[in-house]
Design a protein around this ligand. Structure first.
Ligand code: GLY
Length: 356
């Protein structure tokens, strides 16, 4: 299986996509590094921790288990984990391995970014969503009461070790939620990936190994390419937010408890596709063809209680809005997009209403 590279100019690192890749973790730890801290969640550690333990045999390392869940992705956890690092002999020579889903990748990465003003991190994502998105690209952070990821840092990892084999044990709903990020990559940048999701639904849902590997590898390839060109999201990287603007608003309006992130993105993509049609970027039949693929991987949680006004108010507060203007990522075809802030509010209203 392939190894991809993120090259931001300032930093270059490999993203390994390979069954059994966890066994090679130790090879990515630079010589003379001090104590290694593995940040993980109990569930994933119980199922796949042995592979990490084996890979770290003979080195000084400690395990920091974190309760998991979006509600625990808070600064208080960073403080608690940093205290544990100090107690465990952590210093500037330490290294963090973030081993888990998106929440662990974000929080473990942020811990590494701030511990002793910054120590290296290796990302080892274990959910589909984290493998195809959160684990790659150096975004780290924690949530505030006011919203998701409102504090954080760009902290690129030393390496990303992705083992698609661990996805076999992922709960069904979490797996499906990750599929929406895969479809996103297809819509924004890869017609072959979109066609795979359109034509191989049964194999995708059955987690056939070759199809899972294709989905992960093609998504990672795209993510590496985009992040390499625009690490800090001042231009091209915005396309990765396709469906996220409305998706974040849905998550916030439902208290981060009803929708998994990927599910909210799926619904957000349906709104973004409708907006793309209303704004004249794609014809109705093409919008319907793309929307049908998104819907094919549902169902979505209920939208009961959500209102257009409530979601629009959230959109204006989204951290991606700059001086109140939302940058919309619109589909202009299968595999191509346009980013624009120039969209009339009544079109947004219609697009949002179409998913409620
Ligand atoms: N998840 C979107 C990004 O990494 O930019």
């Amino acid at each position: 299986m392939p190894t991809f590279t993120v090259d931001t100019g300032a930093q270059q690192y490999p993203v390994l996509v390979e069954r059994g890749a966890l066994a090679r973790l130790g090879a990515f730890i630079p010589p003379k590094r001090g104590v290694v801290f593995v940040v993980s969640e109990e569930g994933i550690w119980r199922m796949h921790g042995a592979a990490v333990e084996q890979a770290l045999a003979g080195r000084p390392w400690r395990l920091i288990l974190f309760p998991g869940g979006e509600e625990n992705k808070r600064l208080a956890q960073i403080e608690a984990m940093a205290e544990q690092m100090v107690e465990g002999g952590g210093d500037r020579s330490s290294l963090v391995i973030a081993f888990g889903g998106g929440v662990v990748n974000d929080l473990g990465g942020f811990l590494a970014a701030v511990f002793m003003r910054g120590v290296p991190v290796i990302q080892a994502p274990t959910t589909l969503l984290a493998q195809v998105d959160a684990g790659v690209g150096g975004k780290t952070g924690a949530n505030l009461r006011a919203g998701k990821n409102l504090v954080g840092a760009f902290h690129q990892p030393l390496a990303v070790i992705t083992d698609p084999g661990v996805l076999a044990t992922l709960p069904e709903r979490e797996y499906r939620a990750g599929l929406f990020e895969v479809i996103k990559h297809g819509i924004i940048r890869s017609e072959p990936l979109f066609r795979l999701m359109q034509q191989r639904r049964e194999a995708v849902l059955a987690r056939e190994p070759d199809v899972v590997e294709q989905m992960v590898a093609e998504s990672v390839r795209i993510k590496c390419e985009v992040v390499s060109q625009d690490e800090k999201e001042s231009g091209l990287r915005r396309i990765l937010n396709f469906g996220h603007t409305v998706g974040h608003a849905i998550e916030a309006e439902t208290g981060y408890s009803r929708f998994l992130h990927g599910e909210a993105v799926g619904l957000g993509m349906l709104a973004a596709l409708r907006l793309s049609e209303l704004a004249g970027r794609i014809p109705a039949p093409l919008r319907e063809e793309m929307a049908a693929v998104v819907r094919a991987y549902g169902p979505f949680p209920s939208t009961d209680g959500l209102t257009v006004d409530g979601l629009l108010a959230r959109l204006r507060k989204d951290k991606k809005a700059i001086q109140g203007a939302v940058h919309w990522v619109l589909a202009t075809g299968i595999g191509s997009t346009e980013v624009t802030a120039d969209i009339a509010e009544d079109l947004v209203r219609h697009a949002v209403a179409s998913i409620l």
